[in-house]
Write a protein that binds this ligand. Structure first.
Ligand SMILES: Cc1ncc(C[n+]2csc(CCOP(=O)(O)OP(=O)(O)O)c2C)c(N)n1
Length: 333
């Protein structure tokens, strides 16, 4: 269920925008396994269908100069941050009009102008990158905030403890967002972690830590807004642990023998998009026709993105060694 918003989350504007973006992400992600089957995608992609409320709730709390460091399940983080679905899909297809010229693919999507430091195939690596971006902001004296997205599996990586500690002692403007979808690939969190309350790890390092319903975009946004406000004001880091679930397999080829379909069905009843749609219609902000139009817009955007991506050529062979190193003297953000 999506909670009734407190002051600050305006259903008419932010709520409708959240529904549109979540619907676009759902449409984008649910099409990926089919593209992989048709060999439009080489290598693995990790869809986040079911988890849309986290990326969107957090992104709506950010300003234009903030940055995010993402993980292997990162398309939603990019799209919620404002990445163009066509250029994102072209990157995933390995085409030259992709954000990284088609040479990065699903797990290396970086968009400097949007503060997207990159999706990342190394589990946990984005945590250190966001902490570094926050350190840079702090040293430069800007009010920029950095977000690290990572999973429950990544919470077992040592870099989280190191980053929580440094962020705490240096009051860094970083928000650690753990998307607890209950699985790390095929391993359930119960098999991998003795302390199931991941937020306790943040508390142990002296970091403000909160648990939030990750299927509730309003709740996520309220937690993220508070965390970003604190960070911007010099109040230091926050760990947000969002309880969520991925409906599809870890990646396209996943047979999912490690979980019961009844478990998936139970989580689907808490669907974050359906819940927000119900809230927006019951509160009179949208009609059933509006919902149909939003869904149709998302489908059309994806049809256009697919046409753009398939018509984009692969990067030319002689560009293989371009973009490997930054140009000398190039400014960093
Ligand atoms: C350092 C490292 N170890 C292992 C892997 C293999 N691997 C890829 S995704 C994944 C599971 C990560 O789980 P989690 O952090 O919970 O994110 P989720 O996939 O659930 O979104 C693993 C173990 C990797 N890519 N990098």
């Amino acid at each position: 269920m999506t909670s009734a918003p407190a002051a600050g989350f305006d259903l008419a504007t932010t709520g409708v925008q959240a529904l549109r973006t979540m619907s676009l992400i759902r449409e984008f992600e649910r099409r990926l396994p089919g593209y992989a089957e048709r060999d439009l995608i080489r290598g693995s992609t990790h869809p986040s269908v079911g988890m849309e409320a986290v990326a969107v709730g957090v992104s709506l709390a950010l300003g234009p100069h903030d940055s995010i460091a993402s993980n292997h399940r990162g398309h939603a983080h990019c799209l919620a941050r404002g990445a163009d679905p066509a250029r994102t899909l072209a990157e995933i297809f390995g085409r030259s009009d992709g954000y990284c010229g088609g040479k990065g693919g699903s797990m290396h999507i970086a968009v400097r102008e949007l503060g997207i430091l990159g999706t990342n195939g190394i589990v946990g690596a984005g945590i250190g990158l966001a902490t570094g971006a926050a350190l840079a902001a702090s040293l430069k004296g800007t009010d920029e905030v950095a977000v690290a997205y990572f999973g429950d599996g990544a919470s077992n990586q040592g870099v989280l403890g190191e980053s929580l500690n440094l962020a705490a002692i240096w009051h860094l403007p970083v928000v650690f967002v753990c998307e607890n979808n209950h699985y790390a690939q095929s391993a359930s969190i119960e098999r991998m972690v003795a302390q199931l309350h991941i937020s306790a790890r943040g508390t142990a390092y002296g970091v403000e830590s909160v648990d939030v319903d990750g299927m509730d975009v309003v709740a996520v946004n309220e937690a993220a807004t508070a965390a970003v406000k604190r960070a911007r004001a010099g109040g230091g880091p926050t760990l947000i642990v969002a309880d969520t679930y991925r409906y599809l397999g870890h990646m396209a080829a996943d047979t999912q023998i490690y979980r019961e379909s009844t478990e998936v069905d139970a989580w689907r009843t808490k669907d974050p998009i359906a819940a927000l749609a119900r809230l927006l219609t019951s509160s009179g902000h949208l009609t059933e026709q509006d919902l149909t139009r939003i869904q149709r817009d998302a489908a059309r955007a994806m049809d256009e993105a697919k046409a753009f991506a398939v018509n984009s050529p692969p990067p030319p062979a002689d560009s293989a060694f371009a973009d490997v190193y930054a140009d000398a003297g190039e400014q960093t953000r």
